[in-house]
Write a protein that binds this ligand. Structure first.
Ligand code: TRP
Length: 493
């Protein structure tokens, strides 16, 4: 017999508060495949194609990749399953989901609120970076890069970054497109868009990888990504791997929770979660197999940091035969990856108003889309030299400050909340039922997963969090310190 929400004692002891009727316009996925593609679309974003390659470069390649894979499997995937579980179990988004499984006014609801806040903040600057990808795609399509020397191409980034007009207009266009998709609902909007864009993204990435494999840098890149290179990996690198696993899987801000809430109870969320994490990781690795061969072939350094995508890549791509074409594909790829992630962030915000305040999807999406666009203005202006947003938080720009708070504080805390809630607070019957979905194979995995979500994941997140806010220092901010010194810090706990 299936456990129902009502059998969860915590819910029934909340007295008069039977869960409010669901907003009939909230929607559902057409099927499990649609959910997997949409969730993979959320996971695969700028984090995979822009950030993962450069942090791999900074942390020396192979050993970092290995640690990252372990983090995905041991911390990321179990929490991803936990997040989807809360959504599927309650058929509600963040705030009302936590309320339904605990009680109204419960502090657990704070994680739902934080999720909405984090999604709003993240999208406010994600839209700005996405705008840059559109600008670069435009420059590539119109052949502007053709015939320019390397210095001029590299200089484009500085120009874009410091131009108020360019940042604001592209951010506006990007947010408009994001809102338009979310407006059309779950099945006809997010799912349909993902079914088109995620395969398209895969095709573009494969085409780029084939091209990359014809360059001289391919063997060197394979060795860099999959080979072990002694002592390049620092404790700080390990923590960066855990943090990035969260960001990349879109966990810790009720995004996967919201997507899980449109999934029918009884769906195999373990297999779905594994498919999502697998796709996300595969795409991050393939992105490395695109970026490294192309930049190596051009004699560039893999450790070139955040500028890898917007400064080195256009130069290296333009040096290939058919440069403008490949640059166009590359920047459209980045744009598509950003768009499928952005819609999931907007959905977190809109779904709160739809589920909890009973707003129509149209009203919720338009209000949230507009509010987030306005909130993104300071981020769009963060690079403007004479602007007021370039030094707001202790010398950090608005953009960097928000990025820091979201990635280093809100995401780990949100992930911790999910792990503790699912591991310790949620009804044991409900947890088991949603996890096993009636399958004996899944039932045999349940104990292992529960142990990880109760102990391993929270411990990992707490260590990362303390490190990120500077309470615990195991070397992340001193990447250039000698490896020997950092080795001794491994024991700090
Ligand atoms: N995962 C996306 C990326 O890799 C970003 C993202 C989308 C995200 N939704 C999220 C990150 C929710 C954390 C939480 O770029």
């Amino acid at each position: 017999m299936a456990a129902t929400l009502g059998e969860d004692t915590h819910m029934t002891d909340s007295g008069s508060t039977a869960p409010p009727a669901l907003n009939s316009t909230r929607g559902n996925w057409g099927g499990r495949f649609g959910f997997i593609l949409a969730a993979a679309g959320s996971a695969v974003g700028l984090g995979n194609i822009w950030k993962f390659p450069y942090i791999t470069g900074e942390n020396g390649g192979g050993a970092f990749v290995l640690i990252y894979l372990i983090c995905i499997a041991l911390v990321g995937l179990p929490i991803l399953i936990g997040e989807v579980m809360i959504g599927t179990a309650t058929q509600r988004t963040g705030v009302p989901a936590f309320r339904t499984l605990s009680r109204p006014g419960s502090p657990w609801m704070g994680f739902g609120w934080m999720g909405v806040a984090a999604a709003v903040l993240l999208l406010s600057y994600y839209g700005v970076v996405a705008g840059w990808t559109m600008h670069y795609a435009w420059l590539s399509i119109t052949g502007t890069f053709a015939g320019q020397d390397a210095e001029t191409i590299r200089g484009v980034f500085g120009k874009v970054f410091s131009s108020a007009g360019l940042n604001l207009s592209w951010q506006l266009i990007f947010m408009f497109l994001t809102t338009l998709i979310v407006l059309r609902g779950i099945k006809g909007g997010i799912e349909l868009a993902s079914k088109i864009m995620v395969p398209l993204l895969g095709l573009m990435l494969i085409a780029l990888m084939i091209k990359a494999s014809t360059t001289d840098g391919f063997a060197q890149a394979t060795d860099f990504i999959f080979g072990m290179h002694g002592d390049d990996l620092t404790p700080g690198g390990i923590l960066e791997a855990v943090g990035h696993a969260f960001f990349s899987l879109s966990i810790g801000m009720c995004c996967m929770l919201a997507y899980g809430s449109y999934l029918k109870r009884g769906t195999n969320i373990v297999a779905s979660g594994t498919a999502i994490a697998g796709l996300d990781t595969l795409i991050a690795l393939v992105a490395c197999m695109v970026l490294f061969p192309i930049t190596f072939a051009h004699g560039m350094d893999p450790e070139s940091g955040p500028g890898l995508v917007f400064m080195n890549m256009p130069v290296a791509l333009m040096a290939l035969p058919g440069g403008s074409f490949w640059a166009t594909i590359f920047f459209i790829l980045l744009f598509v990856a950003a768009l499928t992630s952005a819609i999931s962030l907007l959905e977190v915000a809109s779904s709160y108003f739809i589920d909890d305040l009973n707003w129509s999807r149209e009203k919720a999406t338009i209000v949230c889309g507009l509010a987030i666009t306005v909130l993104g203005i300071p981020s769009a202006l963060s690079g403007v030299p004479e602007g007021i947003y370039s030094e707001v938080f202790f010398g950090k720009s608005w953009f960097d400050g928000i990025d820091w708070a979201v990635s280093n504080v809100m995401l780990p805390l949100g992930g911790l909340g999910v792990a503790l809630f699912v591991g310790w607070r949620m009804s044991a019957t409900l947890r088991r039922e949603v996890f096993t979905a009636g399958s004996p194979t899944l039932a045999s995995l349940f104990g292992g997963w529960l142990f990880v979500i109760q102990w391993i994941a929270p411990a990992a997140v707490i260590i990362v969090f303390l490190q990120a806010i500077g309470v615990l220092d195991i070397g992340m901010f001193f990447a250039e310190a000698p490896a020997a010194e950092l080795d001794t810090a491994t024991t700090t706990d």
